[in-house]
Design a protein around this ligand. Structure first.
Ligand code: NAD
Ligand code: MG
Length: 368
């Protein structure tokens, strides 16, 4: 346990997949963590009430405003485990309050981009996304100047190995059936289209300051290696563990410390093999599209993310084909004029987000 007593933790999005796993870790480590704030979106009020009764946080509430209030509370760590662009204001509030931000809500960093980075002190954002947690761990193996490239691993999703033509009649049920992780619905569909990996390439660029041409993606179906860093001497350091978010969440809450027994380790007593495949860009164009959006910068990543959220929703409601998700996002991006001004405001980002949602809606309605 810590010599300074337990760390005070705010969990935003406490009823979700990441949020509930974070609370499991708190429950298992009462000497390390103490919950002082809880917020959620209101989709599961019974669970939220149970959590409030169990953890008795100082601040709790539903929705964006409650999340901002909790994020601004003086505490050790704010875990942002909200899904989607609505996580942006809470992210900015946590940073402005000087709190360490354990960031699962990658969307806020990706859409906010420089807006988020300029408010963050070095080390203030600790990634919870498993790939970025892996990279942060691997980066301990050398100096920043020694880094040659980042290598993000991708499960390839449930449709790995299929051609574009073979993806046309994929149903939401099939896409929601992720092989390894149990996650919220948006990120599960995003794993199937590889939009999630596209978002993660942008996230890696922003978190670690590595240019896009030095961030690679490799398909690794077993999801035992969570990402790697290649150093300039030719050495690659990889982080491996059983596929589970518990280790990255625990590191997010305890960084730079590790939480003993946070998750299951590898089992070397049984034979196993780990495969690696190059990404099929034709069947899964989401990653190259994200690179282009990331290179454009400005509000382009926000448009990529927002248009995709609308497409995912339409796909889940049977109104858009699986193979039309990424082309629709691409069409909305092509229509979007990236503002030429240097400094974006929160309003610019949220305006672009709103514009992209309507533009995607129009295209989906026009097609059906
Ligand atoms: P989820 O859908 O299971 O949970 C989302 C949570 O956010 C819920 O508690 C919901 O009530 C809450 N929420 C929604 N709107 C809100 C609002 N306005 N104010 C406060 N809370 C609100 O999602 P998840 O799978 O836990 O993912 C959360 C984030 O973590 C996402 O950004 C996702 O990309 C990222 N992430 C998840 C995983 C995973 O394994 N689940 C892995 C890596 C990254
Ligand atoms: Mg990830």
């Amino acid at each position: 346990s810590s010599p300074h007593g337990p760390r005070s933790i705010v969990v935003l999005g406490s009823t979700g997949s990441i949020g509930t796993q974070a609370l499991d870790l708190v429950r298992a480590n009462p000497d390390r963590f103490r919950v002082v704030g809880l917020t959620a979106g209101g989709g599961n009020p019974e669970l939220f009430e149970q959590q409030v009764a169990e953890f008795r946080p100082v601040v709790h509430g539903l929705g964006e405003d409650a999340s901002c209030e909790a994020a601004g509370l003086a505490c050790d760590v704010v875990l942002n485990a909200i899904t989607g662009a609505v996580g942006l204001r809470p992210t900015l509030t946590a940073l402005d309050a000087g709190n360490t931000l354990a960031l699962a809500n990658k969307e806020s960093l990706i859409i906010g981009g420089p807006l988020v980075l300029e408010r963050a002190k070095p080390g203030q954002i600790v990634p919870v996304d498993s790939e970025h947690s892996a990279i942060a761990q691997c980066l301990r193996g050398g100096s920043p100047a020694e880094v040659r490239r980042l290598v993000l691993t991708a499960s390839g999703g449930p449709f790995r190995g299929r051609t574009r033509a073979e993806l046309a009649d994929v149903t939401p049920e099939q896409a929601l059936d992720h092989p390894n992780f149990s996650m919220g619905p948006v990120i599960t569909i995003n794993s199937a289209t590889l939009v999630n990996k596209g978002l993660e390439v942008i996230e890696a660029h922003l978190l670690f300051g590595v240019p896009f041409d030095r961030i690679d993606v490799v398909v690794h179906p077993q999801q035992m290696i969570h990402s790697m860093v290649e150093f300039h001497d030719g050495s690659t350091i990889a982080q491996a563990s059983w596929p589970s978010m518990l280790i990255p969440i625990a590191l997010g809450l305890a960084w730079p410390d590790r939480v003993p027994d946070a998750g299951p380790g590898c089992d070397w007593s049984k034979a196993s093999s780990w495969d690696f495949f190059p990404l099929d860009d034709e069947a899964f164009p989401a990653v190259s599209l994200a690179r282009r959006a990331g290179e454009s910068g400005g509000t382009a990543p926000a448009v990529y993310n927002a248009a995709n959220e609308v497409c995912v929703d339409a796909f889940r409601r049977g109104r858009l084909a699986f193979t039309d998700i990424v082309p629709t996002v691409a069409a909305v991006l092509a229509e979007h004029a990236v503002p030429s001004k240097q400094r974006l405001s929160v309003e610019d980002v949220l305006d672009a987000d709103g514009w992209a949602r309507s533009a995607a809606d129009r295209r989906i309605e026009g097609a059906s």
